[in-house]
Design a protein around this ligand. Structure first.
Ligand code: UDP
Length: 340
């Protein structure tokens, strides 16, 4: 391929794979670094089916600095690196804090060190709205305060943001974007790639689709006594394809403006949807009934949070193109095809 080279750690994962598709569609040449610990090698072939271009991949543990440098040294002309490789389950992080710090902080340090060694100046980083914790307002801007984390996972994101800021100050000409994701759902409209949770899903959407498919008996709604209109939690659910496009825009912003600082963006739709609203919309759009019950609250959940994403709109010229119904339909179509 002859596009501009972009390194993508965790490029076979859920958000990573959709971003690789969008990078190829935008004419880039993505190089994937992934050890498939939480993804599958056949996702790479599926990306090839979608785009007609199978991206180059290197099976490498991003905690392994020597191995990462062996790969990165082959791409001195890479215009940037998008860093997805990380552990992401809040509950698991409470059980395995050391694994989370080693992996999430370890891979970031390795990647930054490799970028420095080989002169790669632009980083796009996967952060999370979890950094806002139990925010004072339901709608948050990038200026809303970062709160003390309530899980090791959340703390790795807050700490990673700090590391990247310090690195931006310390390394000449280093530009970065911290992308604070809200709740990614949906799948590629082709149903060839999507989310592949390992074991029992923690997140709402894969739990819903697995319940609809009969893999799980019923969905438990975690609490209906919150201070929200229907008593269930409100979140900002964003289609993974819109999120993927935002990464391409963030990379273009860094390269076009020759950005030399660290810039934060919220990536959400700006709309809040309750758990019960998600269930009803999923049933309507897919013409099925979901087995669910109201259960107790889950520890650590905040009542409501959604994005003010005006900054991404203004600075990155990015807005969401898919609707919530598109996302609910695509999640279900993907689930139905898994294992076939
Ligand atoms: N949720 C639920 N049942 C589940 C999983 C999640 O009611 O089996 C709720 C959860 O309490 C939260 C929302 O769905 O209000 C989204 O949770 P998820 O874990 O997907 O994302 P989070 O917002 O916690 O990052």
């Amino acid at each position: 391929m002859h596009g501009k080279t972009v390194l993508v750690t965790g490029g076979a994962g859920y958000i990573g794979s959709h971003t690789v598709v969008e990078l190829i569609n935008a004419g880039y040449d993505p190089i994937i670094l992934d050890d498939f610990r939480n993804s599958q090698p056949w996702i790479i072939d599926r990306i090839g089916e979608i785009t007609k271009i199978t991206p180059t991949f290197h099976k490498v543990d991003c905690q392994d600095e020597i191995a990462v440098k062996e790969v990165v040294k082959n791409y001195p002309n890479a215009i940037g690196l998008i860093h997805f490789a990380a552990d992401k389950a809040v509950g698991e992080s409470v059980e395995k804090p050391i694994q989370y710090y080693q992996n999430n902080i370890g891979t970031l340090c390795t990647v930054l060190s490799a970028m420095k060694s080989f002169g790669i100046k632009h980083l796009v980083f996967s952060s999370s709205c979890t950094v806002y914790g139990d925010a004072d307002t339901a709608i948050v801007t990038e200026e809303s305060p970062v709160k003390e984390a309530t899980s090791p996972y959340g703390d790795t994101k807050i700490t990673s943001e700090k590391i990247i800021k310090y690195n931006s100050d310390a390394v000449e000409d280093f530009g970065s974007t911290l992308l604070r994701y809200f709740n990614p759902i949906g799948a590629h409209p082709s149903s060839l790639i999507g989310e592949l949770p390992q074991g029992v899903p923690n997140n709402l959407m894969p739990y819903i689709t697995q319940t609809a498919k009969g893999i799980r008996e019923k969905l438990t709604v975690f609490g209906s006594d919150y201070d929200t209109p229907d008593g269930t939690n409100i979140r900002d659910y964003i289609h993974v394809m819109d999120l993927a496009k935002a990464h391409v825009k963030a990379l273009q912003y860094l390269t076009n403006t020759e950005c030399k600082s660290c810039v934060t963006f919220n990536l959400g739709t700006g709309k809040g949807t309750s758990v019960l609203e998600i269930i009803k919309a999923f049933e309507n759009v897919n013409q099925l009934k979901l087995n669910y019950e109201i259960g107790p609250r889950r520890e650590g959940d905040v009542a409501q949070i959604y994005a003010n994403a005006e900054k991404a709109k203004e600075v990155l010229d990015w807005t969401c193109e898919y609707t919530l119904n598109d996302a609910l339909k695509h999640s279900w179509e993907w689930e139905k095809g898994i294992g076939e």
